[in-house]
Design a protein around this ligand. Structure first.
Ligand code: PLP
Length: 386
């Protein structure tokens, strides 16, 4: 057999590889604390589960329109209005099995040999992987520790040239927890006026996970970009629904048909009953989200202070999401060795920085989507091996 050459350029998401390693160690009887995977350690709120059960009982068993049911798309449209005041017609909303398909489809729509796509590094590894797969040139936008993993708008604008087709932004950010302030995005958006042919993909999957009383600096605040803006968000992180596979995105009107065709050519549509549950999540009680954030905030303080108290480790305070991305270079190890040592010697699964970009050798990612007690225990165990 001879498979297509472009497949050799497809990367992966290392957090899943580490999850598999951790599970294997657990099956051998070792106690592993998993701070590797990026999913809330809570169960989906009951009213959402009940809505899915009821939908199944009531016969929501068939295909739905490929871009999502009209009820759910209208629900997302109302949600956007409530959150950001933006008027988004339901026919610009696209429902997908998770946030990831929208990333894949957007990059495949713009990516081809001879064009450039800008993506954040450190960043969610799927961006670089799919850009390479598409044949486009992946141009990293480096986020630095000394800017608390935000960016400088002028530096980003300097990366744009006549070959640039798409600019990917993720805020709040995986893997660093960095939060780009609205003032910096304002500057970027002003500068983007000079580049009307560049589309923007804003990955806002952590939009509800923001600390210190700040609000989400969403791209929905910039209607002047709406004819070339794709915004992706979803249910996975906000409602602890990673395994349900549910995400939404908003597209310029003239791209919706293309992206819908991508769905028709791959998975047809999202599970009908899940879409009913997704609407219940958007329109039901919100206490869960606030309670979850209170817990994340406590853990954030614990993990940042705990890591900073360890010799050779320096950790910024994340402004959003549930990740800490400490610099461990003064331990004398690189991120890969450090992560291996944590897993095999301390029984703590974390992800090496290089899983989020080749330049990130000095870093590791801790997900604090685990209990306060487990994080305390993990810090103790790491302290011992250091
Ligand atoms: N975007 C970012 C930045 C993420 O961190 C993740 C998941 O970890 C996703 C997208 C994918 O989300 P989903 O599980 O809804 O596909």
């Amino acid at each position: 057999m001879k498979i297509a050459e472009n497949y050799s350029r497809l990367g992966t998401e290392n957090a899943f590889v580490i999850l598999a390693k951790a599970k294997k160690l657990e099956s051998e009887g070792k106690e592993i604390i998993n701070l590797g995977i990026g999913q809330p350690d809570f169960l989906t709120p009951k009213h959402i589960v009940e809505a899915a059960k009821k939908a199944l009982d009531e016969g929501h068993h068939g295909y739905t329109p490929a871009n999502g049911t009209i009820e759910l798309r209208e629900g997302v449209s109302r949600h956007i209005k409530k959150m950001y005041g933006a008027d988004i017609e339901a026919d610009r909303v696209f429902i997908a099995p998770g946030g990831k398909p929208s990333i894949f489809f957007a990059i495949m729509l713009f990516g081809q040999p001879g064009v450039e796509i800008i993506y954040p590094e450190p960043g969610f590894p799927i961006y670089e992987s799919v850009i390479n797969y598409s044949g486009a040139k992946a141009v990293p936008m480096y986020l630095s520790e000394d800017k608390n993993f935000s960016f400088n708008a002028d530096e980003v604008l300097n990366l744009i040239n006549e070959k640039t087709r798409l600019l990917i932004i993720n805020n709040p950010q995986n893997p660093t927890g960095g939060l780009i302030e609205k003032s910096e995005i304002d500057k970027l958006v002003r500068g983007l006026k000079k580049f009307p042919n560049v589309a923007i993909f804003s990955d806002e999957i952590y939009s509800r996970q923001i600390y210190d009383g700040k609000s989400m600096p969403s791209f929905f605040y910039y209607p002047e970009l709406f004819n070339r803006l794709i915004v992706m968000d979803g249910w996975s992180k906000t409602y602890a629904m990673t395994g349900w596979r549910l995400g939404w995105s908003v597209w310029p009107k003239n791209l919706i048909e293309n992206v819908t065709k991508m769905a028709i050519n791959s998975y047809s549509c999202v599970s009908a009953a899940n879409q009913v549950a997704a609407l219940a999540a958007l329109e039901g009680p919100n206490e869960f989200v606030n309670e979850m954030m209170k817990k994340f905030d406590k853990r954030r303080r614990l993990i940042v202070d705990g890591l900073n108290s360890l010799a050779g480790i320096k950790c910024n305070k994340p402004g959003g999401a549930f990740y800490a991305f400490p610099n461990i270079s003064e331990t004398g190890m690189n991120g890969e060795t450090f992560a291996e040592k944590c897993l095999f010697d301390a029984g703590v699964a974390i992800v090496p920085g290089t899983s989020f970009g080749q330049s990130c050798t000095k870093y590791v990612r801790f997900s604090f989507a685990n209990s306060y007690e487990n994080i305390e225990k993990a810090l103790e165990k790491i302290k011992k091996i250091l």
